[in-house]
Design a protein around this ligand. Structure first.
Ligand code: ADP
Length: 190
């Protein structure tokens, strides 16, 4: 099994690349952000619970996340692993992921970080705000999300570096070039 984590700041291109990775390597694609947006759109109990938190740019609680991930994984059959996009985002989530995969006799294979500088990220997110109108893509909320990333999520870099699983890929250029670099990096663990 190939269990990949796609890592990077908001706007680093995780969503775009993880769809392509999932297709090529026959992996189940799990985007926690997409799950939340769909729950909010359908006004489910979960959606109503998390809507305000997400619109403010804060993180949803770790307790909720691990249950969501477990359920999302169970929905896939016949996959050769998973590509996780937007999860884990805290050390606690990473620890719980290790446990969850451990209970399936599996582990994280590789953490692929998309390396994009903060100016480019801000530029991309503002552009997306104009095009898609995501409620958490206003300048104020974007800054909050980047801040949350640096404080709560970036400690994961060290967590995975210590396990020798962290590899970064240059995240600026054409979608195809970045994808090619990602595939070359994946080959090193296959
Ligand atoms: P981004 O574009 O910021 O990478 P996502 O689409 O991955 O955003 O997620 C949107 C929002 O959903 C986050 O700002 C956060 O509120 C919530 N969320 C998504 N994944 C997680 C997670 N693993 N832990 C906590 N909250 C999450």
């Amino acid at each position: 099994m190939l269990n990949l984590i796609l890592f990077g700041t908001p706007g680093s291109g995780k969503g775009t690349q993880s769809v392509k990775i999932a297709e090529k390597y026959k992996l189940g694609h799990i985007s926690t952000g997409d799950i939340f947006r769909s729950e909010i759109k359908s006004k489910t109990e979960l959606g109503l619970k998390v809507q305000k938190i997400i619109e403010r740019g804060c993180l949803v609680s770790d307790e909720m996340l691990i249950e969501i991930l477990d359920n999302a994984m169970k929905k896939f059959s016949d996959v050769e692993g998973f590509v996780l996009d937007g999860f884990p985002r805290t050390i606690r989530q990473a620890e719980e992921l290790d446990e969850l995969l451990g209970s399936r006799n599996e582990c994280v294979s590789l953490v692929l970080a998309l390396d994009v500088n903060p100016d480019e990220v801000l530029h991309r997110l503002m552009k997306r705000a104009a095009q898609e109108g995501r409620k958490d893509d206003t300048e104020e909320v974007i800054k909050k999300r980047l801040n949350v990333y640096y404080h709560q999520t970036s400690p994961l870099i060290e967590y995975y570096q210590k396990q020798g699983k962290y590899k970064s890929v240059h995240g600026i250029g054409s979608v195809e070039d970045i994808f090619e670099n990602i595939c070359n990096t994946i080959q090193t663990v296959r």
